[in-house]
Design a protein around this ligand. Structure first.
Ligand SMILES: Nc1ncnc2c1ncn2[C@@H]1O[C@H](COP(=O)(O)OP(=O)(O)OP(=O)(O)O)[C@@H](O)[C@H]1O
Length: 127
């Protein structure tokens, strides 16, 4: 006998649920909106400053890493708020750990951005 859940699972379109997840994060998490805005600005800078194919690959990888880390951070925060809403040092540490993952990827992305864009900006300004 099939349950309602398995029937629903059989008929579902996975992509739609993934997009719902993105919409949820976008609506509820300001950091995700900030990351998307920075990604957009970086992409525009990439076009304006005509970066190389390798530089595009690095930029896109880092944008993907940062946004994925932020989505996972949001998922962990949402899960803890639902399953363990009470204040507990362990819950705090778990949230701090995933926030740390976002910080590490963001710092690496920032450094890579500097390595790619700084020489081009310096050249543009001083030539
Ligand atoms: N249930 C809890 N128990 C203990 N500490 C908590 C708890 N919830 C949050 N904290 C502490 O507060 C911090 C912020 O948690 P919150 O859920 O408000 O995330 P946030 O401000 O949305 O974080 P982010 O900026 O990463 O999205 C956590 O990193 C943690 O240190």
């Amino acid at each position: 006998m099939r349950s309602d859940y398995s029937e629903n699972k059989k008929n579902r379109v996975g992509l739609r649920y993934a997009i719902n997840g993105l919409k949820y994060a976008f609506k509820n998490e300001i950091n995700i909106r900030i990351h998307f805005l920075i990604a957009l600005l970086v992409l525009i800078a990439g076009f304006v400053l005509t970066i190389s194919v390798l530089e595009w690959v690095l930029l896109l990888l880092m944008i993907g890493f940062v946004i994925t880390a932020e989505l996972l951070n949001t998922a962990v925060e949402t899960m803890l708020d639902y399953l363990a809403p009470q204040w507990h040092p362990m819950a705090g540490s778990i949230k701090d750990l995933t926030a740390g993952a976002v910080l590490v990827t963001s710092i690496v992305a920032f450094i890579i951005g500097l390595i790619i864009f700084l020489p081009k900006i310096v050249e543009l300004v001083f030539n």
